[in-house]
Each structure stands twice: as C-alpha cells, then as structure tokens.
Ligand binder design. Structure first.
Ligand SMILES: *Cc1c(COP(=O)(O)O)cnc(C)c1O
Length: 348
C-alpha cells in the first residue's frame, strides 16, 4: 500500500500544512517573542482573541500546555479542580493538574450531556474550611472528544458556568475543537463563551495548522498566563515561523462543515455494516462500536491500518475515526468499503 493511498483518520492532528502555509512560514516577519517582538505572533494573538471574543490571547506550543497554564493561573496548590469524568484534562494530560499545579481532582460523570448540570456543580463544589481544600476551578470541554465529538449547546455551558460563578469558582473551557462546536450548533464562539472565563483551542486540529494552540481570556489573565507559559518552558523565540500558518488556519473555520458532512456519511456507512453500531456524529468524530460483531477495537485498528484506514482504539469495543482536512468524500467511500471488508473478515 503506498502512503498516498492511506486514509488517515487516526485524528484531525495528522494534516500536513498546505503550500500557502509553507510559503507563509518561510516569509513570516519574525522577532523574539519572549520580548514580544514577533509581529506575526502578535498578529495571531490579536486575531485569535477577536475570533473568540476575548480581550487577549496567548500562543502556546500545544493544547495540553494551554490547558495546564490556564489551570495554574486560576488556582492555588492544595485546591481542587472539578472535571468531567471523561474529559481530556482528566484522562489524557498525565495528571498535569496535580503534577504541575498541585491540585486534587474531583470528577463528575456528566454522561451524554457532556457538561454537568447546575445542580451537579453546586453539589460537588467544595467550600474551603479548616478541613476541606476548596474548589479552585471548574473545567468544561466542547466539543467533548471522548464522548464522540459532541457539540454541547450554549444553554448547558451557561448553566454549569453560572452555578460555578455563584459559588465563586472560575470556569475554563477546553475548546480544543470549539470551532467545530460553533459550526455544528450555528452558535458563534463568543456566544458559546459568554459565561466562560478562559478558553483553549487548537490551531493544529481541524483548522489545519502544523503547530500550536491558543489560550484566551481577559488581559490580566493572559498577562499571568504569559508568565506561566515561560515557567512551563513554553516561551518561544522567532515563533512567527509557526504562527504564520496559524493565521491561515483561522480562515479554515467555515470548511469544518465539510468534515462534519464527511463524518456523517462515514457514520452512516459504518453503521450499516453487520454488528457495527455508530451513533450519528455532531461533528468530525465518529465512534464505532463493534461489540455485537465480537470485534475488539485493538484488532479492528490493526486490521484497518493494514487495509489502509487509520483509526484509533478508544475502549475495548469502540474505535474512533476522525475526519479532517486531508479527507474528501471519495476517501469516505473507500474507507467504508475497506472497513467493511475488515469487519467481514474479523467476524468470520
Ligand atoms: C487534542 C486535545 C487537547 C490537547 O491538544 P494537544 O495540542 O494535542 O496537546 C486538549 N483537549 C482536547 C479535548 C483535545 O482533543
């Protein structure tokens, strides 16, 4: 199988920069960003803040770093952070909240709602006293990755955030794919963030940039975040070279609808396979359950990879396929055929 023929849906992080992005990187005006001298980074931070409707923004090497900076700025060591049970911050950031910010984690299982209700937040917020640590932050996620790229509507975010604020607790949104949520819901990002204090989003996922994420919030928050970024080793020098493609990535918001349409077609095609069950996706993440076919995800992923379809193991019987900028409708048809053959073989 030639690498050209490989349909890579392991993630939306696998895209390669376009020719325009490579040109922009080469031609970027640069300076030392730790001195705030890089005009391209400054422009990216200005445009990113504008796109999400905050006063300021900070460019970071990754979404994980952006989340971890936000957590550190909002909290004091010895506090608790309130997290959804299947959130990225809890599952896939190497216990950074405890390792880097000295926090104890408390989780809420929000199920298919993906974001806790106001009542759940009220119940789990801890008020500091001589014995109890106090809740320093509520962190939410939209779209919710592990629960299948669910686009969480504004009302649910607002309710959880308002309950936290009423208890004096700030709210961070891990919006790695918040633009996917916005496009799917038809709600602007600034509107989704109305009750949110800080947000992370990834330039390097559906938007197609090679590197980088954004942390956004008010001026004072971002000033402190800039200090913590340096503390975590994320102060970069002539970073305009990687920020320039990020500026072009901000123009890729509307086309996320194509990824969503491709994901819907893929889900329908896979769901029609015997023993395969796939809920209709909100955005670009398709989660296939192969328990009824008796196929474990690890086996499916291996066989699909051999057959030229990249995907990722999610749980014992669930596998994630993520549409992205490198996947067109023809790839979706081919992928359905290839996965169909794999399922037939593994079921036999
Ligand atoms: C990818 C992702 C992140 C982290 O981004 P990286 O750039 O890979 O560190 C954070 N949260 C969610 C929901 C993600 O999907």
């Amino acid at each position: 199988m030639s690498t050209d023929d490989f349909i890579d849906m392991r993630s939306d992080t696998v895209t390669k920069p376009s020719e325009a992005m490579r040109d922009a990187a080469r031609d970027a005006e640069v300076g030392d960003d730790v001195y705030r001298d890089d005009p391209t980074v400054n422009e990216l931070e200005r445009r990113a803040a504008e796109a999400v409707g905050t006063e300021a923004a900070l460019y970071t090497p990754s979404g994980t770093m952006a989340n971890q900076i936000a957590i550190s700025v909002h909290t004091e060591p010895g506090q608790e952070i309130l997290l959804e049970r299947e959130s990225h911050v809890y599952r896939w950031e190497l216990a950074g909240a405890s390792a880097l910010s000295g926090l104890q984690t408390r989780t809420i299982d929000a199920g298919d709602r993906c974001v806790p209700t106001a009542e759940e937040v009220e119940r789990e917020v801890v008020e500091e006293d001589l014995h109890r640590p106090g809740t320093g932050l509520l962190s939410l996620e939209n779209t919710h990755n592990y629960r299948g790229g669910v686009a969480v509507p504004k009302a649910r975010l607002d309710a959880a955030a308002t309950a936290a604020h009423d208890a004096g607790v700030p709210v961070h949104l891990d919006g790695a794919r918040v633009f996917n949520a916005s496009v799917a819901l038809g709600t602007s990002v600034p509107s989704l963030l109305e009750e949110i204090d800080s947000v992370t989003f990834c330039l390097s996922k559906g938007l197609g940039a090679p590197v980088g994420s954004i942390l956004a919030g008010d001026e004072a928050f971002i000033d402190e975040a800039r200090r913590v970024r340096k503390l975590f080793g994320g102060g970069m020098r002539q970073a305009g070279m990687i920020a320039a493609p990020g500026l072009l990535a901000l123009e890729n918001v509307e086309r996320l609808a194509e990824d969503h349409a491709n994901a819907a077609a893929l889900a329908a095609g896979l769901d029609a396979l015997p023993g395969v069950s796939v809920p209709e996706p909100d955005t670009n993440i398709v989660v296939a359950d192969t328990e009824a076919a008796g196929i474990e995800a690890s086996d499916l992923v291996e066989a699909c990879t051999d057959a030229g379809v990249g995907c990722g193991e999610f749980d014992t019987y669930t596998t994630r396929f993520t549409t992205n900028l490198g996947i067109d409708d023809g790839d979706v048809e081919d992928a359905i055929d290839r996965v169909g053959e794999v399922v037939e073989e593994l079921s036999a």
